[in-house]
Design a protein around this ligand. Structure first.
Ligand code: AMP
Ligand code: ZN
Length: 430
């Protein structure tokens, strides 16, 4: 399975030498094969020969998601179409999808990185992985599926939804690990709560690989408690293979970003200046091994920072802090910058609040936060509810500096989500 297990603990100097030679080869290849990059490199006045050190990366132009949409469907392809083996797409929230091509080696590398990530959490061939991500054009399920097969796990391609069936599969086949989005994990946790403690007894769950959308530490804690698992944060994006780009190891102290495959930068999204470790900004990634569709300095829009210092596990690849949101997710409400995750963080810390919530923006600039009550709280009387709503509003005020209306709803009254959740509805008439 592992081509080179030593790669995870390779000394920094060797790792950076490897990155540099891969980067030089990449620039040369793109120059030769992709007119889009040939033009961009010419505008920036760079050639493969100008890349003499990793610092020269900064001379290369950025690639944005708008570039991917503008060149849709195949403008960034770096191999002949008949050498491409698989297509995935990422829909995003607006406009045309992004098309992502994989060569045979890309398919294999993507699985390899997922396998590497799973093994770093302690997963072995004896594990049974129930893959509750959406199968299809989305990379989330397939890439992880092949990764777990590489380790030799029994993989159950359950897909999301149908909680009764999920539970039956877990009970019948002794599922030890699940892979799913935080929103479906919360939904499934709710379902299990409704079943009572007996349903949990026969379960052998130990690990949950949770990713594909941002979630707070409080949400992670809720998932761990409800499912009786250790949660490992899994970060990836279709443009960079899908899952397996950065993953928490058994120490769970940040996600190792696999630097033999990607060069990471964290920049100030406005000034584009590089930021030091520990400072939060936009993650920018360059692919070092992708054949079919390599990307240079791709602006992920994801907000994170590099965790300073080495990890106790001895892996030398640097770690990303929990993604706090996307630059695109930032809402401006009454002139204040608000990330939905800040709201989630406040809500999930309140025991009477359940696991589903929605942020509504209406009128000129009015924010209402709707949140479900936890299962045991449905008996709460009107007076208690109003009191709790105003307490939550006050807590939100101190976190996001603007005071929303808060509306508590009975359990299971908001729409459930299986894949990526839609947490914000913006109907403002500004
Ligand atoms: P997709 O290309 O459809 O797989 O979506 C990728 C996006 O999902 C990333 O750019 C992130 O915004 C988000 N995402 C993936 N994994 C995580 C994670 N562990 N934490 C926060 N956001 C994530
Ligand atoms: Zn580690």
């Amino acid at each position: 399975m592992f081509r080179d297990p030593g790669i995870e603990t390779l000394g920094r100097a060797d790792l950076e030498r490897l990155q540099l030679s891969r980067l030089q080869a990449l620039v040369a290849r793109l120059h030769e094969r992709v007119p889009f990059y040939r033009e961009r490199f010419a505008e920036a006045g760079v050639t493969a020969a100008s890349i003499k050190s990793l610092a020269d990366l900064r001379r290369l132009p950025f690639t944005t998601s708008a570039d991917l949409r503008d060149t849709y469907p195949a403008g960034l392809l770096a191999v002949p179409m008949d050498e491409a083996l698989r297509l995935h797409t990422s829909s995003g929230t607006t406009g045309r999808p992004k098309a992502l091509f994989f060569s045979p080696r890309d398919v294999d590398n993507a699985a390899e990185l997922c396998a590497r990530s799973f093994v770093a959490t302690g997963l072995t061939a004896r594990d049974v992985l129930q893959n509750m991500m959406t199968y299809g054009l989305f990379t989330g399920a397939l890439v992880a599926h092949y990764g777990a097969e590489k380790i030799g796990c029994l993989v159950i391609p359950a897909g999301p939804g149908n909680s009764e069936k999920q539970l039956a599969l877990m009970q019948d086949f002794g599922t030890t690990a699940v892979h799913l989005t935080p929103s479906f994990a919360l939904y499934f946790a709710d379902f299990l709560d409704g079943k009572g403690p007996e349903a949990r007894k026969p379960l052998k769950l130990r690990r949950a690989f949770v990713g594909a959308e941002p979630y707070s530490v409080k949400t992670r804690d809720k998932i761990e408690q409800a499912l009786g698992v250790e949660v490992f944060n899994s970060y990836g994006l279709s443009e960079m293979n899908g899952p397996g780009v950065a993953f928490e190891c058994e120490k769970r102290a940040g996600m190792h970003l696999w630097e033999d495959h990607f060069i990471l930068e964290v920049i100030d999204p406005k000034t584009e200046a590089p930021l030091p470790d520990g400072e939060s900004g936009e993650l920018v990634l360059t692919t070092l091994c992708r054949e079919a569709m390599p990307l240079v300095r791709y602006r992920t829009r994801d907000i994170t920072s590099v965790v300073p210092g080495p990890c106790a596990c001895r892996r030398t690849h640097r770690r990303l802090a929990r993604i706090t949101g996307r630059a695109d997710d930032m809402l401006i409400v009454r002139g204040v910058n608000v990330y939905p995750q800040q709201i989630e963080h406040v809500l999930m810390a309140i025991p009477q609040v359940g696991r589903n919530y929605l942020i509504l923006l209406e009128g000129r600039d009015d924010m209402t936060v709707q949140a479900e009550l936890a299962h045991g709280e449905s008996e709460m009387n009107e007076e208690q509810r109003v009191l709790l709503e105003s307490e939550i509003a006050a807590r939100l005020r101190s976190e996001i500096l603007t005071k929303p209306k808060v509306k508590l709803l009975p359990p299971a009254s908001l729409p459930a989500s299986e894949g990526k959740a839609k947490r914000v509805i913006d109907r403002r008439t500004l």
